[in-house]
Write a protein that binds this ligand. Sequence first.
Ligand SMILES: [Fe+2]
Length: 472
Amino acid sequence: MADYEYLYQSRTEDLDLELSIEGALPESIQGTLYAIGGAGCKVGDTALSALDAHGRVVAVSIAGGKAQLRARMVQTPLWKAERGASAIVKRRLFTNKPGRWSNLFDLDLANPAGHNVVPWGKDVVAANDPGFFVLDPQTLETRGPAPIQPKKGATFGPMPRRDPATGRHVVFEQRPGLKDTIIVREIDDGFQVAKEQAYSLGRGAAFFHDVAFTERYYLIMQFASLSVPSFAWGAATALEALRFEPDSTPVMHLLPRAGGAPITVPLPGGRAHFHFWNAFEEGGAVVADTLGYDGKVTFGSLLPPAARPARAPPPAATPKVASWRYHIDPASRSARPEKLDDVASEAPEIRADRRGRSYRYGWAPAQGRPGDEEDPMSFPWFHALGRHDFQEHTTQVWDAGPRAYVSACAFVPDGADGAEDRGHVLAWIQDVGAGTATLGVFDARDVAAGPVARLTGAGLLGGISHVSFAVR
Ligand SMILES: [Fe+2]
């Protein structure tokens, strides 16, 4: 089996083990690193797109010089039903049920709860577009659906972001229609809605993912729309029904936090965007830092080769991704792009208290020396970790080698005060050759030196889409 296919292997078992600590584990790291990804990649005979696979949370709790790993599947009703039936029972965004007609007019999509995991007050939330689940932060037991859920047929943005200025989680709901309605909520740690604003967008069935905010605006990015008729007809998955024309110009929507009409700004360059580094205001301008792909992204390579139609052409290669800054003038609805650096990166991380404010540093998995993967620009197959200095426009990269994959990372500050980059960065390094997963601890200022400590003892974990760290 090729190295890159490690991602497609189902790894649904519970894990409980103590990791060995090699090197100097900094005393400032006391808490739990959570990682999530689509681990249940096969149900019965159906192989799922990695974006549709059942989520498993892997937590490493670090305290008193010890590191304990625990992994549990998110116990969604979908997981219980599909494990029992040994078959997929609900349609996914990127995987249809077997049989063309079973998908006809089926827009009630399943929730595999495998995209994102975030600390939420005393709890942890597993997030995916169709809704959120609440987990116990220690045992990882699934308590149930979060008290806040999207309306039936609507979706949440799967990337809740905590605003350090308010302490609230910013979450948007997308209600599709001839025009999309976006409802942005600021939700406190007890799941109470502290603020809610609704916005009507000009185009329907758009594709959104991440959210950013500044003092005056929430920001969401649109790069493609979904052809609702072909998706509803059932022959196409959402992936196949993504429509890049005529809505080929990506846009940024600035949604006024105080309410009012959205400000829609075309983004020159035709890039596709999913994640923000950050956003902030500078004078009257809005600065939005993103990861931008030089063209269309179809996610085709995230469907295992064995699950692809027999005579289908190979999936379209994911285009080059790099860090882009958009200088946006809300008054003229115009944006000027600036390339921040040319390092292919994804799942970006910054210091949490800099979100919505000006900042200088970021950390992210990066594509280093490619291995045998068929689609080197697709993030799950990145081999390196990068430290970006957006003031000096320099990037340090540490490469784990062509047989090792580096996950999304978390920045852990060394104390609440001090320089923005004083702290450590934690990322999983999965070495397919050795069959091991190692949690690497990097000095955030000197990522290029490689890990200062390694937490070892785990086998391969599979795909990881996002991680987060909670001080406990
Ligand atoms: Fe994401």
